[in-house]
Design a protein around this ligand. Structure first.
Ligand code: ADP
Ligand code: MG
Length: 373
């Protein structure tokens, strides 16, 4: 559509940010092709350094409304001059960095078991979509399980099925030894305290008319009989946990940055001491330096609060860095699952190899090795 008026200049504002690695690679290839074929000039805006490195010959780095450096992309990546650029590059997760094998989990009882779980939607044309198709996996206490896959592969549907926000077509969800598939009413409400969901977009997850204090205090008002004063004390405790100033309770969401808002969402999710957090693309809307902070913070929080995570992401480098085990999804099915090191070093399926190849196109090693060329 943008090309229909035969423009000379195309301004692409975060054109691949919401896309999974496979589609991102295709779109970036397309932009490169258009530049060649149509002699098009492109200004590409992105917080993804890898994407910039793939298309831009020159780039400018913005910080607090100013261009802090500008030059040949290769030069800037090889020898960043500004402090901010250095920090930004350091924060990019590296899919080829050595793995910290100490993160391998010690065997412990499963907190969550999913057996033969399916969700089928009927389509308007009379067909059906197998959003989740006979999925089996378990998550041990204290573990971080990563779920990766292209968009539409069924990742979010799994999260919603586990939480019983939608009804499965078949199969079982066993949480802490209890089959919760048939629960309803009060027992389901009580069970939900132990599992919480954090969404991709912290901007839309918070009500703009409610203060941060109200947002964090909400679970207590709904789920507990605490007095106002006790709720205030809990809000202070949670702001401390997510490392935000206590005075933030009086602020409104628009007065916070993306990373701060995501911390508020996490504070609200851990308010009632859940055992399991389901994080659905929790850093996908954040830029890399904020993402690095949120990831480090999630690691600390797991230790501090004895949490177990299911971490859904289309960013393979992030999953590799954070997760103990990984599950690869395609079209509602599990393609393979295993320890992070095994999946990334020796994937057994072509599908996984393809995903990894797409991710490597814009990976840190891809753009740092450009310097050699
Ligand atoms: P992901 O999170 O991996 O991007 P989703 O779990 O959101 O994928 O979706 C999986 C599939 O299920 C997609 O094909 C999607 O279009 C379909 N789907 C999800 N929700 C519904 C719904 N309410 N009705 C019909 N199809 C749906
Ligand atoms: Mg999703």
């Amino acid at each position: 559509m943008a090309l229909s008026g035969k423009p000379d200049l195309l301004i692409a504002d975060e054109p691949t940010t919401a896309l999974d690695v496979t589609v991102q690679a295709q779109v970036l290839d397309l932009i490169n092709e258009l530049v060649e074929k149509l002699n098009l000039t492109v200004i590409m805006i992105s917080h993804d350094v890898g994407a910039i490195a793939t298309v831009a010959k020159r780039c400018a780095v913005m910080y607090h409304g100013e261009i802090v450096e500008e030059g040949e992309t290769v030069e800037i990546l090889r020898a960043p001059r500004h402090d901010y650029t250095r920090k930004l590059l350091a924060a990019v997760p590296d899919i080829d960095a050595p793995l910290d094998l100490q993160q391998a989990p010690t065997a412990s009882a499963p907190l969550l078991e999913v057996k033969d779980l399916s969700k089928v939607y009927a389509t308007r044309s009379g067909g059906e979509v197998r959003a989740v198709d006979a999925v089996d996996f378990s998550v041990a206490k204290g573990e971080i399980l990563g779920i990766v896959g292209e968009s539409g592969s069924g990742k979010s549907t799994i999260a919603r099925l586990v939480l019983r926000l939608i009804e499965p077509t078949g199969g079982q969800v066993i949480f802490d030894g209890q089959d919760i598939t048939g629960l309803s009413g009060e027992p389901l409400r009580l069970m939900r305290r132990h599992m919480q969901l954090v969404f991709q977009n912290p901007h839309s997850a918070l009500n703009g008319r409610h203060t941060i204090g109200d947002a964090i205090g909400e679970p207590f008002r709904i789920q507990s009989k605490l007095s106002r004063r006790d709720i205030d004390a809990e809000v202070d405790r949670l702001l401390d946990i997510v490392q935000l100033p206590r005075l933030f309770r009086y602020r409104y969401p628009h007065e916070l940055s993306g990373g701060q808002k995501q911390r508020v969402c996490i504070a609200r999710a851990v308010a009632l001491n859940p055992k399991l957090l389901l994080l659905d693309e929790p850093t996908s809307a954040l830029d890399v330096s904020v993402q690095a902070q949120v990831l480090a913070f999630l690691r600390e929080l797991r230790e501090e609060l004895d949490l177990t995570y299911v971490f859904i992401s289309h960013d393979l480098a992030v999953v590799r860095e954070l997760c103990d085990r990984v599950l690869v999804m395609n079209r509602g099915r599990i393609v393979e699952q295993g320890k992070t090191a095994d999946i990334f070093n020796a994937p057994s399926e072509d599908y996984t190899r393809g995903l990894l190849a797409s991710a490597r196109k814009t990976s840190k090693s891809a753009f740092t090795s450009v310097e050699a060329a």
